[in-house]
Design a protein around this ligand. Structure first.
Ligand SMILES: [Zn+2]
Length: 231
């Protein structure tokens, strides 16, 4: 008889066999003109296969053993950019995060209101998006303010954010998140899907009440588990 965990792993194995395919269009760092990461000074930028070197135009790996990302990743965490800004560009995001002391964009992917999917930090670099919870965890940020309640901001800041505007995710943004999560599922066999605040205590209520609704919907649709079930 299958227990819940066995059924889940059988399902994952099947999904991995069926998975793959080209997936949604992801705009590469090169295509969107990413700046280089800023290293040193306590900025976290951990390569998951530290001895790997890439060679030539097709990035042929030489030396070192590449980490098996399908074994490494088991979780996807969804964030929003917040701060009353529904139209932040990927370039603005990188600028902001590097100014805030990050080596690079802390997330692996970003999705804008038009549904464009951008490569954030490379997938073979450990994320830096959940305090104390980045191992095995792919970060996706929705470039929008999805918190219409502004809980936990304090009175003045919540008034400021309401005036600047916040809203729900656009249809294109939702569709791209669905496509991206499905694709990552097929590719890496991801078991857990959560919003940032489910992985950590976050006074900013990331990814907002609107973002959490999408996460819950996707969890159901894609038969994934809450990170609260993780042990
Ligand atoms: Zn977050």
């Amino acid at each position: 008889m299958y227990t819940g965990a066995d059924a889940q792993s059988a399902f994952l194995a099947l999904r991995n066999q069926l998975g793959g395919g080209p997936g949604p269009k992801i705009i590469s760092r090169k295509e969107w003109g990413a700046k280089s990461p800023i290293l040193g000074g306590g900025r976290s930028y951990e390569k998951l296969s530290p001895n790997m070197k890439m060679f030539g135009a097709f990035d042929v790996p030489v030396g070192g053993v590449p980490i098996d990302l399908a074994k490494y990743y088991n979780t996807i965490t969804v964030h929003h950019s917040g701060n009353g800004d529904n139209y932040m560009s990927i370039q603005e995001l990188q600028e902001k995060e590097q100014n805030d002391g990050y080596a690079d964009i802390p997330y692996h992917f970003a999705i804008d209101s038009k549904g464009n999917i951008y490569e954030g930090r490379p997938i073979d670099v450990k994320g830096s998006h959940v305090k104390g919870g980045n191992t095995g965890n792919i970060g996706i940020v929705l470039l929008s303010d999805l918190d219409t309640e502004n809980k936990g901001l304090g009175y003045v800041n919540s008034i400021v954010e309401s005036l600047r505007g916040n809203g729900g995710a656009s249809t294109a943004m939702r569709q791209s998140l669905t496509d991206l999560v499905s694709h990552l599922n097929g590719k890496y066999g991801i078991q857990y899907l959560g919003g940032h605040k489910e992985k950590a205590t976050d006074p900013r209520n990331c990814p907002g009440n609107g973002g959490m609704k999408i996460v819950e919907y996707l969890r159901n649709k894609l038969h994934m588990l809450s990170p609260k079930n993780e042990n």
